[in-house]
Write a new protein. Structure first.
Length: 152
């Protein structure tokens, strides 16, 4: 087996639509950054017997995914692409409590399983300078344990 570097741009990110187990690709991403250590919490377990060496245990695991790209809208209707529209819908101000939870799945094309997160959605900054195209960003925060599913 040959080890190869993988292209970050090849990652596939999908968000679950309002119909369970129906997935929409999040389109035209220019950046995806996964932080598998975000929201991690530790407990200091050092005591006198630690002889001055720091000791800890991880008490909580967490993760986030940052999505970035240019803002895209239909030039006639102003409609967003379906995947981005769903991300924005899930980040809506009316999505609080259990209604704030949705699901995403992601993988690289060489992987045979999807990683699935139940998560919350937050929109990031948009806009830009006078000679720039408007930016689009979202933060996906994992809630609970990850699951997997085979690629069909």
């Amino acid at each position: 087996m040959t080890q190869r570097k993988i292209n970050a741009r090849d990652i596939v990110v999908e968000v679950e639509s309002s119909t369970p187990d129906t997935w929409l690709r999040v389109e035209n991403l220019a950046g995806v950054t996964i932080n598998r250590g975000e929201n991690e919490e530790t407990a200091d377990t050092g005591d006198f017997d630690s002889e001055g060496a720091y000791e800890q245990e991880i008490m909580q695991r967490g993760a986030t995914m940052e999505l970035a790209g240019l803002e895209l809208k239909d030039h006639l209707t102003g409609a967003l692409q379906p995947g981005r529209a769903r991300v924005e819908e899930m980040a809506g101000e009316d999505k609080v409590g259990s209604d704030s939870l949705g699901r995403i799945r992601f993988r690289h094309p060489t992987q045979t399983t999807w990683r699935i997160w139940t998560c919350t959605f937050s929109l990031g900054e948009s806009g830009g300078e006078s000679n720039a195209k408007s930016a689009w960003a979202a933060t996906i925060t994992k809630s609970g344990l990850s699951t997997t599913a085979a690629v069909s």
